[in-house]
Design a protein around this ligand. Structure first.
Ligand code: NAG
Ligand code: NAG
Ligand code: NAG
Length: 345
């Protein structure tokens, strides 16, 4: 066993590293500002065609019209941009259901766009919506939320459970296991500031699940207004990782909205969280037990981790939560003192 003086700081440091790893594996897998290496820039003609198609799609959706950032401060011209809304899309996907003999991609109800959120100053939330591949308008409506926090849902769309996947030559192919086989599925970039979702007012940036779930609730209200034929369908909330925070919060928000007859009734039937991070203070101490049961570690390792690593890990988590709460109180105070005029970041 390590001496107590040398082991007292390293477990906390290791816990911190583990926390960062869990929180950011998703962000690392999909960096927001992807910088290809020079060799990757030498694209062959198929890749150039695929890249051109992606660029045309992005232009046609009017994503990031003038600005690099997801939060554009104090810029009236950005605010006055023409209203952006939903477009039907037909991506160039090779093959197809039924080995290419099925319906053409143009016949599928595939959409992307923005809804302005009426409960915010200026937030616009970006989404993809794929109607069920088997043309079943009675199939449940499912919303997918990637975690992060701050991971765009395109990660799941193109690499996990979406209708198509990206091949090595950067073209798209149908995913036999896409969830659009059994549902009408929505992928949303949220909270505001994530992926293609943006705002021109920084008070629209959320700091807790109350704000996040209010925005998602108002997104869903706009969605069901725009797609009223789905408003009576069964509805499920799904997602992964840090969405372990968002999903229960949204479920609770919908339950409240329905109960108070706030808007369109949402037929919430259930939710599913994969690999969720909901409460590290509770979850991290269960890892040694899990690792032992899965025979990844020995009983001796388990006992040593439980007595030497778990307690400092838990105090590090509590200290982190406390510091976050203090920072947020400080931030609110700063906002009040500066009379709403928050400096540019
Ligand atoms: C779609 O892909 C095919 C080859 O897979 C290519 O020949 C065609 O030019 C592409 N169309 C567009 C609009 O990119
Ligand atoms: C789905 O049904 C509609 C009308 O019922 C039809 O116009 C469309 O082509 C169908 N789409 C697919 C992909 O089969
Ligand atoms: C959530 O954050 C907002 C600021 O975005 C703040 O006004 C509110 O008090 C916070 N709510 C909780 C429960 O912390």
């Amino acid at each position: 066993m390590a001496s107590s003086s040398s082991s007292s700081s390293s477990p906390a440091a290791r816990c911190f590293t583990l926390t960062l790893f869990l929180l950011f594996t998703c962000s690392l897998a999909a960096p927001l500002r992807y910088q290809p290496s020079p060799s990757q820039l030498k694209l062959d003609s198929a890749k150039i065609a695929a890249k051109g198609q992606a660029e045309r799609m992005i232009r046609s959706l009017n994503l990031f019209p003038k600005h690099e950032a997801n939060v554009v401060f104090n810029d009236q011209s950005a605010r006055d941009e023409p209203r952006i809304s939903e477009k039907k899309i037909s991506l160039n996907v090779s093959g197809g259901p039924g080995g290419g003999n099925g319906p053409s991609i143009k016949q599928f109800g595939h959409y992307a766009g923005y809804y302005s959120l009426p409960t915010t100053k200026a937030a616009k939330m970006f989404y993809f919506f794929f109607e069920s591949r088997v043309n079943n308008s009675n199939a449940p409506v499912v919303i997918w939320l990637t975690g992060g926090p701050g991971c765009a849902s395109e990660l799941a769309l193109f690499y996990e459970n979406g209708p198509f996947q990206i091949r090595d030559d950067m073209s798209l192919q149908w995913n036999d296991y896409g969830w659009d086989q059994a549902s009408n599925i929505l992928y949303v970039d949220q909270p505001t500031g994530t992926g293609f979702s943006y705002t021109t007012d920084d008070s629209d940036i959320r700091h807790n699940e109350t704000g996040v779930s209010n925005d998602l609730y108002s997104f869903l209200q706009e969605f069901f207004k725009g797609h009223s034929k789905y408003a009576n369908n069964d509805f499920y909330i799904t997602g992964e990782s840090y969405a372990g925070h968002y999903i229960p919060a949204l479920a609770s928000r919908i339950y409240k909205g329905n109960k108070n007859n706030e808007g369109i009734h949402i037929n919430l039937k259930g939710f599913a969280i994969g690999n969720g991070l909901t409460d590290p203070g509770i979850q991290y101490k269960a890892y040694p037990e899990y690792a032992l049961a899965a025979k990844l570690i020995t009983k001796a390792d388990h006992d040593s981790i439980t007595s030497n690593l778990v307690p400092p890990c838990q105090s590090a988590i509590s200290a982190c939560v406390l510091r976050y709460q203090k920072t947020m109180r400080g931030f609110t105070l700063l906002r009040l003192l500066s009379n709403g005029a928050v400096p540019r970041r």
